[in-house]
Each structure stands twice: as C-alpha cells, then as structure tokens.
Design a protein around this ligand. Structure first.
Ligand code: 13P
Length: 221
C-alpha cells in the first residue's frame, strides 16, 4: 500500500507533539519515518501545529515521490542520508530554541548528564551549510557518526531513532540537555562526565536490561 495513510496520520501527530513543545515556529522542521523501501515524510513549507496527513508524502529511498501531490521537505537528502548511513527508522529535524542557541556558541555539547547517553553522549555541532543542500546533509551525517543527535550551526537540531515516538523523545531530550547546559554555564563551567563514568552508565543500563525491560540506552556510540 503506497499511501501509508495510518503512518501519515502518525507523522502528523508527531508534528503536533513537536509544535506543542515549542521546538518549531512557522514552517520550520521536518519529520520522516521509513517503512521498508519507502520514506513517509512531511511536505515542504508545512506548519507543524496544523499539519494534516495530506501534507505528508511518500518517497522511495532514491527520493522519487510515490504518493502525495506536494513536494517533500527541502531536507529530503538529509533524511535519506540518515536512513542510508545509520539504519534508522525515523528522523526529526527542528529549530528548537535552546538547541539552536547552544549550537551558536559551542562546537560540541559535552556529556553533562548521564541521560545524554541516550543520544550517544556528547552532541557535535555540524558546521553551517545552506539549508536543503547536499553539503548540509553531509555536514550533519558526519556530526552524527556514533550518535543519534546532532546540533546544526546557525540552524537547529536533528535526531534519529528506531521509531517515530523515540525520535521525537530524542528531540525533546536534546532540548532539555541544551537547556540544562545553558543554565549550568550561566553559573560556572559545567562538569562533563568523563569516559569511564559514561562507560559505567552504559554497562549498568545494559546489565539492568538483561534482567528487566527498563532501559537507559537509546543509541550509544
Ligand atoms: P521544509 O519546510 O522544506 O521542510 O524546510 C524547513 C526546514 O526546517 C529546513 O531546514
């Protein structure tokens, strides 16, 4: 079924959730889900708070449209690149205010909280490139190596995960981490977790997962 109507509704719901948390304004942001050989993705210039399933289109893994009348997001190359390189199932791109602010002043958000290990630890800032270009896609793919989140200089943030809900959760977690960092940096120099402490957290989470479903790691490097 090329229409993927239920998935397009889920993408619209995810966009509403992202907008309700204030991670986008006006036509900013794009969301996609991979379903086999198809990618179900928001159309360009869609407003998340009022986005409908009609504003979600379906493309194949080469970006050819297979369902929907509207043009897919201008960041399609970024979404397709993430599926190709990282085997993700969903991608969320926002202009979240604190993530964007932090990306204006640092090259890497240090791992200042153990929950950031869900994102792979520290979060790199992809050097600036013009929106919608292959250069931007490549810059972000490089920053995502070993991570499930990246900040985008003078632009925003991107996350990927094994499900749409998880990719939105990752975007919210990233915004929370950026807010935490900004608050701490306003009082002094934030202390980051060193590699030994990060490894200990991952080992503890994995050991706990072996005995019960509760987990920490989403994506770890
Ligand atoms: P689209 O409206 O084309 O998805 O672009 C929004 C955006 O955030 C570009 O980076």
């Amino acid at each position: 079924m090329n229409g993927h109507s239920a998935i397009r509704e889920q993408v619209a719901d995810a966009c509403h959730r992202i907008a309700a948390h204030g991670l986008v304004v006006t036509e900013a942001g794009n969301v996609s889900v991979r379903v086999g050989g198809h990618v179900v993705v928001t159309a360009t210039n869609a407003r998340f708070e009022e986005l409908t399933a009609d504003q979600v289109v379906v493309v194949d893994l080469d970006g050819e449209r297979v369902h929907g009348d509207l043009e897919p997001t201008s960041e399609l190359a970024l979404h397709l690149g993430i599926y190709r390189h990282f085997g993700a199932s969903a991608v969320v791109h926002t202009h979240a205010p604190m993530a964007t602010a932090v990306g204006l002043v640092v090259d890497e958000l240090p791992c200042v909280h153990y929950y950031m290990l869900k994102l792979g630890g520290s979060v790199r800032v992809a050097p600036y490139e013009t929106y919608g270009t292959p250069e931007l896609a490549q810059s972000v793919l490089t920053a995502l190596e070993g991570r499930s989140a990246a900040l985008m200089a003078n632009h925003g943030a991107v996350t990927h995960a094994h499900s749409l809900d998880a990719a939105v959760d990752q975007a919210l977690l990233l915004e929370w981490a950026c807010t935490l960092y900004r608050n701490a940096a306003s009082m002094g120099t934030p202390r980051a977790l060193d590699e030994d402490r990060q490894r200990a957290v991952v080992e503890t989470a994995l050991a706990r997962m072996a005995t019960r479903p509760a987990s920490l790691p989403e994506e770890t490097s």
